[in-house]
Design a protein around this ligand. Structure first.
Ligand code: BMA
Length: 316
């Protein structure tokens, strides 16, 4: 890891040439690019990002890179809302905020599907990033931000959920499935904390990453200020064998909007991370900034683990 390419005194160091992707890198008309998913395929980085078309509705674009910094965007969008049928009915207002989880040779893609009936989560899969197959809508309305763990636990697939509620602030839940399609046994795991950086809502960010100390999961938290809301990132450590057991959740955020393009943009004061990979002793993160551009940075695995275990707060 070339640390000279990063700056900052916080736990997450920013790439010095952020932002790494803007609408000017996209060969079709979009007004914003943000909130990407990441994976590696055939020794290259694949970034699947959200982009708003000029009608205001989101599609998913795809970009490829040798180094995770310099991405080339494909000529055509990777996924666009289905126009008819079962999926078309629930995607008519756009598809948003993808996450990628690799299990074996399959890459599972979860995304938010918007329609006049609310927001649900779609599950698609690919083995080659050319052909994508929609599998199912795996929630009813209203859910966003679903991340699937990259390993099964016994016979179960496991995911972190973020259902909407009028009764409690929006929180992180966990659910289980035998077939990736039918999910249940849901339990609440993490609730926003009053007078805290995540007091309005908290949600899963990137799919969890396995470390020797537990599953590290990047989350986002939202706080209201007089001019709107601020989106920041936090970190949680889940037990390796039982991900419903929280070993620690950091009381402090790990990244907040700071650079000009994180503070100013289509939605100001947003860092939103749905993409992270472990490389040696580091976690590389990619995040959407101000719902307008994409940035990247790194953090040390040990420091993130320590952040979860020292000065932790109660999850509920
Ligand atoms: C959330 C989602 C994200 C977005 C964030 C900030 O509710 O819509 O896609 O980045 O708000 O606008």
């Amino acid at each position: 890891m070339n640390l000279n390419l990063y700056k900052g005194s916080g736990i997450v160091k920013r790439y010095i040439f952020n932002p790494i992707l803007t609408k000017y890198d996209v060969p079709y008309d979009v007004s914003t690019v943000y909130n990407p998913a990441i994976t590696t395929y055939q020794n290259k980085y694949i970034l699947v990002f959200r982009a708003a078309k000029l009608n205001g509705r989101s599609i998913l674009g795809k970009a490829i890179s040798e180094d995770g910094f310099n991405f080339e965007v494909e000529k055509e969008p990777f996924m666009v809302p289905e126009s008819d049928g079962y999926f078309g009915r629930y995607e008519s207002a756009g598809i948003e905020d993808p996450r990628i989880t690799r299990i074996g040779d399959e890459y599972l893609i979860t995304y938010s599907a918007y329609s006049e009936y609310g927001v649900r989560i779609g599950l698609a899969k690919t083995t080659d990033f050319k052909k994508v197959e929609r599998i199912a809508l795996i929630t009813s309305a209203d859910h966003r931000n679903i991340v699937i763990f990259p390993e099964k636990f016994g016979s179960d697939y496991v995911r972190l959920d973020r259902p909407h509620s009028d009764i409690i602030p929006w929180s992180i839940w966990i659910s289980y499935s035998k077939d990736l399609i039918h999910w249940g046994r849901s339990e609440i795991l993490i609730k926003p904390k009053s007078y805290h950086w995540d007091e309005l809502k908290v949600g899963p960010g990137a799919p969890p990453i396995k470390t020797k100390d537990g599953w590290l999961s990047i989350i986002h938290g939202v706080y209201m200020i007089m001019s709107g809301s601020v989106y920041r990132l936090g970190v949680v450590l889940h037990d390796l064998k039982d991900p419903s057991k929280i070993l620690g959740i950091s009381d402090e955020w790990i990244l907040e909007p700071e650079d000009q393009w994180e503070r100013v943009g289509y939605v100001p004061n947003v860092v939103f991370c749905s993409a992270a990979l472990k490389e040696g002793d580091f976690i590389r993160l990619w995040w959407g900034a101000a719902d307008s551009v994409i940035c990247t940075g790194i953090a040390k695995v040990d420091e993130l683990v320590e952040k979860c275990l020292k000065n932790k707060r109660k999850p509920l």
